[in-house]
Design a protein around this ligand. Structure first.
Ligand code: DC
Length: 230
């Protein structure tokens, strides 16, 4: 198949990471998790002792850390100044601060530039790339030939995320409820912020993953990429 860019947006817990990583692995393409980049910036902000809600300080600081993201779907690596933070960025303190940091326009300008560079480099090297986030289809790569908006019913998203966090298939109903409340809070912040909010456009194909297996969703994404490459 002709190498191309697959841009995928969607709320937390819609299945983006598993779908995008799986699609890239199947096609032998690159995979870029832009959420991990915002998380890495948030980790750097917290590590520097800066209040993530102080937008002016975050804007002043954000050019300091060097954020490097791996693009191998089989190995998620994300570094801040050469330190691998791929585990640390999943900690609760990062998750609860990331919406504030990613709402700062200067943070977005910086990271969007890095994301576009990654997409350009992949195509120059003759490989495709699957890029996932919140504003990929609308702002970062609006010209991508395949644009997908993943959704899932709120209770399904909460159940998936709670199972992931519990590291097993049996998350308690209290855990699922707490996760649903946290996801709703983050969705609200991510879709109501002024800079590049999470937004569904008519140009992106909506794929509801609630009642599909991971394999079915990946197959659907790949069939759309095949159609676009003809
Ligand atoms: O996909 P994730 O949950 O790891 O993303 C973490 C946060 O990063 C999410 O709450 C919003 C922000 N984000 C963003 O603003 N723009 C993107 N392209 C990707 C993520």
């Amino acid at each position: 198949m002709k190498p191309l860019v697959i841009a995928v947006d969607g709320p937390a817990g819609s299945g983006k990471s598993s779908v995008c990583r799986g699609t890239a692995r199947t096609l032998g393409w690159r995979y870029l998790d832009t959420g991990a980049m915002y998380r890495a910036m948030t980790w750097a902000v917290l590590n520097a002792g800066i209040d993530p809600d102080d937008a002016a300080k975050v804007a002043e600081f954000c050019e300091v850390p060097a954020i490097t993201s791996g693009v191998d779907p089989a190995r998620s690596i994300i570094e801040v100044d050469g330190v691998d933070v791929s585990a640390a960025i999943r900690e609760e303190r990062v998750t609860s601060a990331v919406s504030a940091v990613s709402a700062v326009p200067k943070v977005r300008d910086l990271l969007v530039e890095l994301q576009r560079t990654q997409a350009r480099e992949a195509l120059q090297l003759g490989t495709g790339i699957v890029v996932e986030g919140r504003d990929i289809t609308t702002v970062v790569l609006p010209d991508a030939p395949v644009k997908i908006f993943l959704t899932a019913r709120p209770e399904i998203r909460a159940l998936r995320r709670a199972r992931e966090d519990a590291g097993s298939a049996d998350a308690s109903s209290a855990e699922v409820n707490a996760t649903q409340a946290a996801l709703e809070r983050r969705d609200h912040l991510d879709s109501t912020r002024a800079a590049s909010p999470l937004k569904q456009t008519h140009e992106a194909y909506e794929l509801d993953t609630s009642d599909l297996t991971l394999e079915e969703v990946i197959a659907e994404v790949i069939s759309r990429a095949k159609a676009a490459s003809e």
